[in-house]
Design a protein. Structure first.
Length: 411
């Protein structure tokens, strides 16, 4: 059965959006102002007010949902494992290099992808060569993928835990960025949340719709749309191999505060109790299963975007916490990405600001949160684990055993 089988929905909304886009373009409005003005004219004030048909279509468009047991209040999410296709890459490059033709960008992309590492144009092309900036951006685009995180999520589920797998690459639609926010710099960032005319089914909105379905079927939602009892989502990410204070950071849990809410622990991705329990339990499980990197025991870091970090080492019966001062932050805290909005909710005020003019305030957009019972774990896994089949399967097994305990605990 096709994922699009059934009636085409919200046709009138799409038609209205396209009409507004056409009108504004005819008036000479360009991005990012174009997106803001379209949202101002067509957006539903709150995601909770979107019709059910819109929600279902948004989920089908962006996510593959593998339902687990309704008795398990846990969800595993892999948002970044899809690699951008050639068409996506060329489209994003066109934004960065508008003076280049599409055929030229296609040719350069093919040259880069078919070349062997260490040969032209990867290593030997001079950095002052005319094509070097394009090749550099192609390289960056190709790296924007968290390899094997989907395999970890599937394996950790074991058919028991619900899994959410992205259908789009992060360069086209990134669920790990602020909703309703328009990035203005960098290759492809103008389209991280999909084109303006797709606002009703934007990636972050669709993620919230999918989460609402799973929270409702497992723990239930109260009259305000909040989780009635604890629910856990584990977002599986990839990270490069790195060391902190001589210790390999192979498994890192994002526990960062947002820049605006550093003093409020409830503005974290998860409660302190859940962050600590998860990190300690995962360190212990990995040790029990014999998971090592370079024959060394793997600790679990909690990164709060500070130089002082908590490191959980497996111990006798339970993990032992160590506080380590680093010369610099790990950089995987998850703070500032807006993931806490799934818990706290937020209201976004859009504005158009032209230099020297008074900001034009646009209607507010509400992103309802699931409340303090909703917890997000941003799990960063190194290349050393993800690219080794045996290691990633052991990690997946450890993750499965940890999250199965979540519903049995009192948070």
């Amino acid at each position: 059965m096709s994922e699009r089988e059934g009636p085409i929905i919200f046709t009138s909304r799409e038609a209205r959006i396209r009409g507004v886009v056409s009108q504004l373009k005819a008036e000479g409005v360009v991005q990012p102002e174009l997106r803001d003005q379209v949202i101002a004219q067509v957006a539903t004030p709150s995601l909770s007010q979107e019709p059910e048909t819109v929600r279902q279509d948004a989920v089908r468009k962006y996510w593959e949902v593998l339902p687990g047991l309704s008795s398990l209040p846990v969800l595993l999410l892999a948002p970044h494992f899809q690699r951008a296709g050639q068409g996506e890459q060329v489209g994003l490059l066109r934004k960065k290099f508008p003076e280049r033709s599409v055929p030229e960008l296609i040719s350069l992309t093919e040259n880069w992808l078919t070349a062997q590492p260490g040969s032209k144009p990867h290593k030997t092309l001079a950095e002052d060569a005319p094509d070097w900036p394009v090749y550099k951006q192609i390289s960056l685009l190709r790296k924007k993928v968290d390899t094997h995180t989907d395999k970890i999520a599937r394996k950790a589920s074991q058919g028991q835990i619900t899994v959410l797998l992205a259908k789009k690459s992060r360069m086209w639609a990134d669920a790990n960025r602020h909703p309703f926010f328009h990035k203005k710099r960098g290759v492809g960032k103008e389209q991280r949340f999909v084109q303006t005319q797709e606002y009703p089914t934007s990636i972050r909105a669709s993620c919230r719709f999918a989460l609402a379905q799973q929270v409702k079927r497992t723990v239930g939602l109260d009259e305000e749309g909040r989780a009635k009892s604890p629910f856990l989502q584990v977002v599986v990410h990839g990270a490069r191999d790195k060391k902190c204070n001589g210790i390999s950071c192979d498994v890192v849990v994002g526990g960062g505060f947002t820049s605006m809410n550093e003093e409020d622990p409830e503005k974290q991705l998860a409660s302190e109790a859940v962050l600590t329990w998860f990190s300690a339990s995962l360190a212990q499980k990995m040790h029990q299963l014999g998971l090592t990197v370079g024959d060394k025991t793997i600790p679990v870091f909690i990164d709060r975007n500070q130089e002082e970090v908590e490191v959980f080492w497996p111990g006798q019966g339970q993990a032992v916490k160590e506080v380590v001062n680093l010369p610099q932050t790990i950089g995987l805290s998850g703070g500032g990405l807006g993931l806490e909005y799934f818990r706290t909710g937020n209201t976004f005020t859009q504005s158009i600001v032209d230099e020297g003019e008074i900001p034009q305030q646009l209607p507010q957009l509400e992103f309802p949160g699931f409340g303090p019972n909703f917890h997000t774990i941003q799990l960063e896994i190194s290349n050393s684990i993800r690219n080794d089949e045996e290691k990633r399967e052991l990690l997946a097994q450890a993750l499965n055993e940890v999250v199965l305990e979540f519903g049995q605990r009192d948070f």
